[in-house]
Every structure is written in structure tokens, then in C-alpha cells.
Design a protein around this ligand. Structure first.
Ligand code: HEM
Length: 422
């Protein structure tokens, strides 16, 4: 009960639990719930990691407490480099627009309120629904290719990444052939923030990021002259009174959208395929039972949400779960852990397709930053699974295949889903 202020675990215990947070250890990558979340709930739902200099918030009530107050728990510093950029790197980046204006993820009210309002005018439920026939066509084409290809498949590479890549290209309005280049520039952008990389690599990455900005600026200029039926054109039209987005703001949105809407959807499909193919009976039944497929999708979002955690920063001194937190501290907010809180999800380690109340997991976040692409993601997954099931009714996991995930602080992306066409 969120209204009851809990008494916090003693400091020694909060530090001990914080030390259990080892996101790059094999045990954690395999199963963050068993290796960390369950223990954190029992011992210290608000812990402190000495390795990451961050407060770790894992219980459902306290995660909600953080998400309910986006001004106190700010997202504005989300894209700040851990290691400050060198003057040389900064000078290179400033040949373009740097930093880009805040988009949605890394923004706070009132600026976030305005950005989300304008963005929502371009990216509407109706525009998502209108994409359904196209998404179903992409899904059947991809699944059809697999039905006539080799027997052994790796479904992340062969399917789950390909479908959202086509969808996001069509949605935004970039030629599909350009996607590998955009993905490479996107990786360049991430490299700028990677403390492990050397200066030469980052200088090259900066050039990639500048090229990425120019690419979008050119595309936006083209659509300004000749609008098309895509998100870029819709963003150009979006108005709130006389207010509209600047070109730089649009670039911010587009840069974020590519990774927000692509790897996340691929990861969810990968995790869902592990669950569906693990039981031949389940794979058989989801063919004509849309409600069952939906329950499996939501339960996968609960247990293996693609985004496990997002950081926030406190804007003043406060208390969470009875633990005092100073201003300026990093608060790691674990959607993934809240989803295993037994007070909200009984028997949380069980994959249960009969959870009541529409399974109110936090896999898409909650509150003002909650996922804008949730309905598109659900649509992609539904279309993708149904097309695969129709084209490959005897699909099964390869002998000895087990769930494995890529190392990451934030994301839960299957390393591979090896399967046999059957
Ligand atoms: C925000 C998860 C797919 C666009 C979020 C957040 C989560 C999330 C947890 C909240 C972040 C925070 O509170 O800091 C997911 C998952 C997806 C998915 C699990 C797939 C299964 C998509 C897609 C799109 C998208 C397909 C768009 C095409 C966004 C945007 C935001 C967001 C724009 C930021 C909203 C804001 O800050 O106001 N997503 N997402 N997402 N997502 Fe998704």
C-alpha cells in the first residue's frame, strides 16, 4: 500500500543489496529477477549501488512514487554523458546542433508537456491503426520468405529485427534501403556516451552523428516542399495554436524514435517467441486464439520488458520508501523489478496467462513519459506472431536452445532465438 510509509532497511543492508546489482554478470543477464529483483524486494526495495553511485528503486509502490512526480524525479539529464566530452570532441559536435533540444524521454514539464502535445498530434491512434494492413503485409512477406528458406533459423536476425525496421521506416518516411546507414549513425550516437571508448573512436562517431543530423535536415526540407503520408510530414503540420516544432526539435524526435521503436519491439518479439515456442501446445493454440496471444504478450512484457530501467535525477532532497535521498542523486527506476513485486503480481516468477485486471505491468512505463508507441508495438507483435504462426505452424526452438540476453544496463534484448522450421 503506497499510503503506508515503510521503515527502510538499515544502511548496511541497503548497501549489501546495492552490491547485488551486477547488471553485466552472467547470472544477471540470464535472469535479473532471480539474481536481483526478488532479493531486493525482500531486503531493501530502496537500495544504494556504490558501483553506479545510484539509488535503486525496485518495489512497485516506490517505482510508482517516483513516476508520479516527474518534476522532483527529473528525466532531463537522461542523455548526459557520464564522462564529460573533451573540448575537441565538443567543438566537432558543435559543427552541427549540439546538444539537440530535448525530445520526450529526456525532458521535463512544462517543456515535455508541449513536446508531447505536438508530437501526439502527428502520431495519433488513428495513424497507428491505419498502418495495420501495411504491417500485416510486411509480416506475411517476411514469414513467407522463411517458409521457403533453410530449416534452421535464428529468429532475432531472420524475423524480429526485420519487421520493426520495416515498420519504423514506413512510419517515419525514410527509404528502407537507408536503414542500415541510419542504424550505423545511431550506433555512432551511442558511442559518444560510452565511457569505455577512446577519443579517436568518439571523433569518428561525432562525424557520423553530424551526418545523421544532416540526413534528417535534408529529408525534412524535402517534405516541407513536398509532403507525403508519413510522420515527418505530420510533424511539419503539427500545430498547437501558433506553436509548432522547430527543425532541430524534429531531428531530436526522429533520432530517439528510431531506437525507441525498433530494438524494443524486436526484443519483445524475441522474448515472446521463447515463451510461445517453449510449449508446442501454446504455439498451436495462439494460431486462432487472439486473446491467448494477447495474454502471452502482456505476461512477456511483465517478465521480460525490453526496457528494464530508466534513470531519474532528484531536483531536491527527498525521501523514497523512508530512505533519504539528496538533491542531484541518480535514482534508477526499475520497471522490470516492479513487475515482479509479489504484492501486485502474486507468484511473480510464474509465467501465468490468467492474470486478472488486464495485467497492469509497467513494461511500457507509467505517467507522463509512458510509452507513446505502446499500441504500435502491440500491433506489430500481434501481426508478427500471427504471420509466423500461419507460415510456420511447426516452428520450434532448436534442441537445447535456452533464453540468453545481451549485456545491458537498461535493455533486455535476446542474444539469439535459435529455432527449427519443423
Ligand atoms: C517511452 C517501453 C516501443 C516510442 C517508453 C518508456 C518505456 C517504453 C518503458 C518510458 C520511459 C521512461 O519513463 O523514462 C517500450 C517497449 C516497447 C516500446 C517495451 C516495445 C515493446 C515503442 C515504439 C515507439 C515508442 C514502437 C514508437 C514508434 C516511445 C516514446 C517514448 C517511449 C516516444 C517517450 C515518451 C515520453 O517521454 O513522453 N517506452 N517502448 N516505443 N516510447 Fe516506448
Amino acid at each position: 500500500d503506497a499510503s503506508v510509509s515503510p521503515s527502510p532497511a538499515p544502511e548496511a543492508e541497503r548497501l549489501a543489496v546495492g552490491d547485488l546489482f551486477q547488471p553485466f554478470s552472467p547470472a544477471y543477464q540470464e535472469d535479473p529477477a532471480r539474481s536481483f529483483y526478488v532479493e531486493a524486494h525482500a531486503r531493501a526495495p530502496v537500495a544504494y549501488s556504490r558501483a553506479f553511485y545510484a539509488y535503486l528503486v525496485t518495489s512497485h509502490a516506490e517505482v510508482m512514487h517516483v513516476l508520479r512526480d516527474p518534476v522532483l524525479f527529473s528525466s532531463a539529464r537522461l542523455l548526459e554523458p557520464v564522462v564529460p566530452f573533451t573540448p575537441e570532441l565538443l567543438a566537432r559536435l558543435e559543427q552541427g546542433t549540439f546538444p539537440l533540444p530535448p525530445g520526450l524521454f529526456n525532458n521535463d514539464p512544462p517543456s515535455h508537456t508541449r513536446a508531447r502535445l505536438l508530437f501526439s498530434k502527428a502520431f495519433t491512434p488513428a495513424s497507428v491503426a491505419a498502418m495495420e494492413p501495411q504491417i500485416r503485409r510486411f509480416a506475411s512477406e517476411l514469414a513467407g520468405e522463411l517458409a521457403s528458406g533453410p530449416d534452421e533459423l535464428e529468429l532475432m536476425h531472420d524475423f524480429t529485427f526485420k519487421l520493426p525496421m520495416r515498420v519504423i521506416a514506413a512510419l517515419v518516411g525514410v527509404p528502407y534501403e537507408d536503414m542500415p546507414q541510419l542504424k550505423a549513425w545511431q550506433d555512432d550516437w551511442f558511442k559518444l556516451f560510452d565511457p569505455a571508448l577512446d577519443q579517436a573512436t568518439k571523433m569518428a562517431a561525432a562525424d557520423g552523428f553530424l551526418a545523421y543530423q544532416r540526413y534528417y535536415a535534408d529529408l525534412i526540407a524535402e517534405r516541407r516542399k513536398q509532403p507525403a503520408d508519413d510522420l515527418i510530414s505530420a510533424l511539419l503540420r503539427a500545430r498547437e495554436g501558433s506553436d509548432m516544432l522547430t527543425t532541430e526539435e524534429m531531428i531530436s524526435h526522429l533520432v530517439v524514435l528510431l531506437f525507441a521503436g525498433y530494438e524494443t519491439a524486436a526484443s519483445l518479439m524475441g522474448s515472446l517467441l521463447f515463451a510461445l515456442l517453449d510449449e508446442p501446445e501454446l504455439w498451436r493454440r495462439v494460431g486462432d486464439d487472439a486473446a491467448l496471444l494477447q495474454a502471452a504478450t502482456e505476461e512477456t512484457l511483465r517478465m521480460h520488458a525490453s526496457v528494464q530501467m530508466e534513470p531519474r535525477h532528484t531536483t531536491r532532497n527527498t525521501t523514497v520508501g523512508g530512505v533519504e535521498i539528496p538533491a542531484g542523486a541518480m535514482v534508477m527506476t526499475f520497471f522490470g523489478a516492479a513487475n515482479y513485486d509479489a504484492r501486485v503480481f502474486p507468484d511473480p516468477l510464474r509465467f501465468d496467462l490468467t492474470r486478472p485486471n488486464g495485467n497492469r505491468h509497467l513494461g511500457f512505463g507509467w505517467g507522463i513519459h509512458s510509452c507513446l508507441g505502446a499500441s504500435l508495438a502491440r500491433l506489430e507483435v500481434r501481426a508478427g506472431m500471427q504471420a509466423l504462426r500461419a507460415a510456420l505452424p511447426d516452428l520450434r526452438l532448436a534442441e537445447g536452445a535456452r533464453r540468453s540476453y545481451l549485456p545491458s544496463l537498461f535493455f533486455r534484448t535476446p542474444a539469439a532465438v535459435p529455432a527449427v522450421r519443423g
